[in-house]
Design a protein around this ligand. Structure first.
Ligand code: HEM
Length: 295
């Protein structure tokens, strides 16, 4: 039921190509017209939209559970917070189409929002991280994905919505490739050769840190991350949808060693340069349903 009111791109497969738009404010702007135009324009499938806390505040509303990502520090690790007003994940197979969609969105919201950052994402092989490991294996599927990613039981205008955490990670692939095959496998806790989990992997192994059913309560999220590459840097746009931010935060805290002092081995070759939270409104009659924020 909630699935029919969600932005369907959230639970769909990761596309071949994507473009992420991060918007900041035109100073002192009123967001209403821009958001109405955006609601008409996007279908929730080829474009998934997330709204930041500052926009909800500007509309004088509150979305329970929406907050600002709190920056984190660990042993030799900084995890920054970079709030934005608006986020669009444009999904497709043709780079030109993504560009034209971006232009349409940019102009629709121009009265209140301007593009602060653009990241082009792509799928590597069969949904692998640039390090070569399959990403998304342990994602919940079917009803479990719906339960993990979508809000339900709150009421019309909110049910079917989702909370998304987005982080841009920069990889040091030279460093990763300088590690032995077994060190790399132990970094993730899975074997590259067959994607099998390594039972006796160290506690720092990423999938040991993030084993979703080991948390109390269980910390399931729906990950839809994609690699990105710029001129001289590359990495992963980590994207996790949840019915709240609680599961993401529990996972991240354990990655940072906040529970037991063990840092996730991922940090040996990659680090996040951004971190933002957004609320992805539900859909109604083929449009974004913005009733919860008074539109
Ligand atoms: C550069 C950053 C990251 C990379 C390259 C990465 C890559 C991977 C890979 C290859 C797997 C194993 C296959 C799979 O189940 O998908 C995995 C699992 C997982 N990752 Fe990440 N990940 C990153 C960041 C994160 C972050 C920031 C979180 C959450 C805060 C996270 C949460 C998870 C979870 C929940 C699993 C599944 C664990 C399980 O239940 O077995 N990952 N990741």
């Amino acid at each position: 039921m909630v699935m029919s009111t969600s932005q369907s791109g959230i639970l769909a497969e990761v596309p071949r190509l994507a473009r992420y738009l991060f918007f900041s404010w035109v100073p002192q702007a009123d967001p209403k017209e821009a958001l109405k135009k955006l609601a008409d324009l996007v279908d929730g499938d080829s474009v998934v939209v997330g709204i930041g806390q500052s926009v909800v505040m500007a509309l004088g509303k509150k979305v329970d559970g929406l907050r600002i990502f709190t920056p984190q520090v660990g042993d030799g690790v900084d995890v920054p917070s970079t709030p934005f007003a608006l986020w669009c994940w444009i999904r497709g197979t043709d780079r030109g189409e993504l560009l034209h969609q971006s232009r349409m969105i940019r102009s629709a919201v121009a009265s209140a929002f301007r593009v602060a950052q653009v990241i082009d994402g792509f799928q590597f092989r069969d949904s692998r991280d640039l390090g070569g490991y399959e990403d998304g294996t342990e994602n919940p599927k079917g009803d479990d994905a719906v339960a993990a990613a979508l809000v339900s039981g709150v009421g019309d205008g909110v049910d079917g919505s989702s909370f998304v955490a987005v982080q841009q990670w920069v990889h040091d692939l030279d460093r990763f490739e300088s590690m032995s095959q077994s060190q790399r496998d132990h970094t993730f806790g899975r074997r590259l050769a067959d994607n099998e989990e390594i039972e006796d992997a160290p506690d720092s192994a990423h999938v040991k840190r993030t084993a979703q059913e080991d948390f109390e309560p269980e910390a399931f999220v729906v990950r839809r991350s994609m690699p990105w590459a710029g001129e001289n840097r590359e990495g992963l746009v980590f994207v996790a949808f949840g019915k709240s931010f609680d599961a993401f935060e529990a996972l991240l805290h354990r990655m940072m060693g906040q529970d037991d002092g063990v840092l996730d081995a991922l940090f040996t070759f990659t680090y996040p340069v951004s971190g933002s939270y957004f609320w992805c409104p539900p859909m109604k009659d083929g449009q974004l349903d913005l009733r919860a924020v008074g539109l």
